[in-house]
Design a protein around this ligand. Structure first.
Ligand code: GDP
Ligand code: MG
Length: 439
């Protein structure tokens, strides 16, 4: 994959904006690459559509080539699609938290039951009880008992002659007696989804009311993983996914497909047969893996940081020299709009987080659009020199932007206030801000 992308991008020239040509070439390759990484066909189609829209016309950062810029967009979108941040296990407010492991035969359920109990012991000093509810192969019960012995974790079993639902009922009773804080239920699998298995799992679910139903999927099954995940989710409404066997050279495309098709978070990944080979799932790391461009992405990250620093320095310089104008104002609004929640952003400014003036301070995206319309109706001279804005100019701007004159006046007032505020902030004097925020 990596090689393929590198090749696709090597032909692209350095320029200011990502062009349609850049995008077309890159998207064709990214599409093939994702399919090669075993991402589901339909998921690839949707994904490419989203990324294409974002990439077209995107600004290329100073220190990047258009190719690198597209990689960054693809990587960010991959991360976003897989859920942005790690999602922790669901927990019951009262003990025990009940986790039910489901999945096809050979996916890694029994192994993952062991790994997860080991993880909980190490990270939470938990006292889990494991329940052996796979009665279809005598070896399955023994396998879990062996794992339990190895980890010094108790295993509840009733051999292979009792109905799994009854085994779970009695296992839960024992957990209550012994005050186990977690119960992990190992269930049976089949080679394919079948009705009898699904009914059995649904019955166990109904009895146990698990806090977490983890679907275990073998990442090496490729395209088929998507259908399996959809099948289990439709029937059992799973709460999370464990992707196993990622210690091989699979690219992990299944992670993207499964998340997209089920909407359920991937919580852990299995990276080996040993009991400590279970890791929390991080979407950004998986995105890197799917793209196979770790080094390139580190470089892009660094370029981005430098760019942000440069911009911040420019604004600071403008404040110092009191030359902040409406063009800068426009830039800042674009940045704010691109970053989402204005409240959260302003709170990141040192000294602002606990400022009482910020309580209930909100900015509507619509307001930003209106402000932009007003600035767009100014002439270049007016933007650079706001002092020019006399009443007749303001009336012309109001007519041009389709906004009422009071709004134009208000915005110019706000602009002057924020300029004053920023100059004061620059000088380390925060006292002048309350007035501005209140308006
Ligand atoms: P189950 O039928 O779903 O219970 O699957 P098992 O837990 O018995 O696992 C099937 C096989 O896959 C066993 O040989 C495991 O050792 C192996 N396995 C499970 N998880 C992983 C993993 O993350 N990496 C590797 N390499 N092997 C795994
Ligand atoms: Mg098993």
């Amino acid at each position: 994959l990596s090689e393929r992308l590198q090749k696709a991008f090597s032909g692209l020239r350095r320029k200011g904006k990502v062009s349609e040509d850049d995008v077309r070439t890159a998207m064709r390759e990214i599409r093939l690459a994702l399919l090669e990484a075993d991402v589901n066909f339909g998921v690839v189609k949707d994904f490419i559509k989203t990324v294409r829209e974002q990439a077209l016309g995107a600004e290329v950062l100073d220190s990047l080539t258009p190719a690198q810029q597209i990689i960054k967009i693809v990587n960010d979108e991959l991360t976003k699609t897989m859920g942005e941040a790690a999602v922790p296990l669901n927990k019951s407010p009262h003990i025990p938290t009940i986790i039910m492991m489901v999945g096809l035969q050979g996916a890694g359920k029994t192994t993952t039951v062991g790994k997860l109990s080991n993880y909980l012991k190490e990270n939470e000093k938990a006292r889990p009880l494991l329940i052996a509810a796979d009665i279809y192969r005598p070896a399955a019960v023994d396998q879990l008992k062996t794992i339990g012995e190895q980890l010094s974790v108790p295993v509840f079993d009733m051999g292979v002659d009792t109905d799994p639902v009854e085994i779970v009922r009695q296992g839960l009773a024992q957990a209550a007696l012994q005050h186990n804080d977690y119960v992990i239920i190992d269930t049976a699998g089949r080679l394919q989804i079948d009705e009898k298995l699904m009914t059995e799992l649904a019955n166990i679910k109904e009895l146990a009311h698990p806090d977490e139903i983890l679907l275990v999927v073998d990442s090496m099954t490729g395209q088929a993983a998507t259908e399996v995940a959809q099948g289990f989710n439709d029937r059992l409404d799973i709460t999370g996914v464990v992707l196993t066997k990622l210690d091989g050279d699979t690219r992990g495309g299944a992670a993207l497909s499964i998340r997209q098709v089920t909407g359920k978070p991937i919580k852990f990944i299995g990276q080996g047969e040993k009991m400590d080979a279970l890791d929390v799932f991080y979407p950004d790391r998986m995105a890197n893996r799917i793209l196979g461009m770790g080094d390139m992405l580190t470089l892009i990250d660094k370029a981005q940081k430098n760019y942000d620093q440069k911009q911040a320095a420019e604004v600071a310089e403008k404040m110092r020299t009191n030359t902040f104008d409406f063009n800068d104002f426009l830039d800042q609004m674009d940045q704010v709009a691109g970053m989402g929640n204005f409240e959260d952003i302003i709170k990141m400014i040192p000294g602002m987080a606990n400022n009482p003036a910020l309580k209930n301070f909100q900015m509507n995206p619509k307001d930003i659009d209106h402000m932009k319309a007003i600035v767009y109706s100014m002439t270049a001279k007016e933007r650079e020199d706001p002092d020019l804005l006399n009443p007749s100019r303001r009336r012309r701007i109001a007519a041009g932007s389709g906004r009422p004159i009071v709004e134009v006046n208000r915005m110019i007032k706000q602009f002057n206030q924020s300029k004053k505020m920023m100059t004061q902030m620059y000088k380390g004097n925060f006292s002048g801000m309350e007035g501005m925020m209140g308006n």
